[in-house]
Design a protein around this ligand. Structure first.
Ligand SMILES: [Cu+2]
Length: 152
């Protein structure tokens, strides 16, 4: 009985240590936008044991942000159309996103050719197995610039 208690205590100690390590797991993602109004990826995935996501959006084209700007926006798939529609009226200076839009889980700023932006967000904002989409809210772009984001 004593040894059982001892091994249970050891297990819980290891459990705590394991959680401490897991708390620091930053998973990195990269995606590029082009002058042809495309992302280079149709799907991004993050494993459920990642606690933070560090995402870098790079614009590999040459066109300026006002002409062919791209951002990277994450929301539930079902919120994409509404977020993109409201982003049109929000204007360029607001990264074509409605101010403090609660549907937006994470987003970069709009970048132009040769520029990049890196953001970090916690996966505590995500639910395992939920259908998420990423897209660009520059007017007209989300029809082509979109993909699935998986957390599982
Ligand atoms: Cu775009």
């Amino acid at each position: 009985m004593k040894s059982l208690i001892r091994s249970l205590a050891l297990c819980s100690l290891l459990g705590i240590a394991g959680n401490a390590f897991a708390a620091d797991k930053v998973c990195k993602l990269e995606i590029a936008g082009t002058d042809q109004m495309q992302f280079d990826k149709k799907e991004l995935a993050v494993a459920a044991d990642c606690t933070q996501v560090e995402l870098t959006l790079k614009h590999t084209g040459k066109l300026p942000a006002q002409a062919m700007g791209h951002n990277w926006v994450l929301s539930k798939a079902s919120d994409m159309a509404g977020v993109a529609a409201d982003g049109i009226g929000a204007g360029f200076a607001s990264n074509h996103l409605k101010k403090d839009d609660p549907r937006v889980i994470a987003h970069t700023k709009i970048v132009g050719g040769g520029q990049s932006d890196t953001i970090t967000f916690p996966t505590s904002k995500l639910t395992k197995g939920e259908a998420y989409s990423f897209y660009c809210t520059f007017p007209g772009h989300s029809a082509l610039m979109k993909g699935a984001f998986k957390f599982n």
